[in-house]
Write a protein that binds this ligand. Structure first.
Ligand code: GEK
Length: 253
């Protein structure tokens, strides 16, 4: 399984994330720049509860839903962890994988990981905004922690475009940070911060990242996601995984 080779490799080739170790005063807004790209595999594993389970399950879900002669899209592919999981799930002929990201620093490193990966399905990487691309003849589409960075007002039209470009029986895998009503929000935030602390982040780093990401990553509730996916044209929407305030959903065309 993909988990054994390339995914471990992504982690091993990453530097440790110490971006918010020495923050003082006003923290600049978070951006997917060179400094983040360099530490990204370490950052996302230590910051997102459930990420290390979701990635290998994307391979499993892909194997179930991929159809021969179709395209598979990873939208917001970063360094390619979800893209390569999908690639290792393809067990039919005539498919192409398309990875899209609008951060040049991320996509350059993604290409390097694709180059050392040993699966055979062709991969095309596109430096583009996910709102601007065409989606056609898709069997599996992944938005693995990307929709939360797209402006709220553009989320429904993006999902409509993806659903319209997906073949019957195709799937969207959507993973997101969630928001909750007030009392649950507090509890989930506490557990998330405990998770980060257990992974070696200090309180200063946790609060620095929290300020930097505010208004950049805009979470919504599970109910908002489910009703919007249905409005976008998906017939069945299932939460298959949740760890604290991070969720992964499959939406079936
Ligand atoms: C993984 N899927 O490792 N258009 C294109 N790309 C975008 C846009 C946009 N409008 N907005 C954000 N991005 C990956 C992890 S990270 C999640 C995905 C995180 C890109 C952005 O540049 C970044 O690479 C990615 O979406 C989000 O499974 O950092 O929490």
């Amino acid at each position: 399984m993909y988990n054994s080779a390339t995914f471990q490799g992504l982690g091993a080739m990453s530097e440790r994330d110490n971006i918010y170790q020495l923050v003082q005063g006003q923290v600049p807004a978070f951006a997917f720049d060179e400094a983040v790209a360099r530490v990204f595999p370490d950052m996302i594993r230590r910051s997102v509860p459930g990420y290390t389970t979701i990635i290998p399950m994307i391979e499993v879900i892909t194997r179930r839903y991929v159809q021969s002669g179709t395209q598979l899209y990873d939208l917001g592919c970063s360094l390619g962890a979800s893209l390569l999981a999908m690639r290792h799930g393809v067990n039919v002929a005539g498919c192409t994988l398309i990875g899209v990201d609008n951060a040049d620093a991320m996509l350059k490193r993604c290409q390097a990981y694709v180059d050392i990966d040993d699966a055979q399905t062709p991969v095309e990487l596109q430096l583009a905004d996910v709102r601007d691309i065409d989606v056609q003849n898709a069997s599996v589409v992944t938005l693995n922690f990307t929709l939360q960075f797209v402006p709220k007002d553009d989320r429904l039209s993006l999902l409509r475009k993806i659903a319209a470009g997906t073949v019957a029986g195709g799937v969207l895998i959507l993973s997101e940070k969630l928001s909750f009503d007030e009392s649950e929000q507090q509890l989930q935030d506490t557990l998330h911060h405990d998770f980060k602390r257990a992974n070696g982040y200090s309180d200063l780093e946790i609060s620095g990242k929290r300020s930097a990401i505010e208004n950049v990553l805009v979470p919504e509730s599970l109910e908002q996601h489910v009703s919007r996916l249905k409005a976008a044209g998906y017939s069945q929407v299932i939460k298959w995984y949740q760890c604290f305030n991070f969720v992964s959903i499959i939406a079936l065309k």
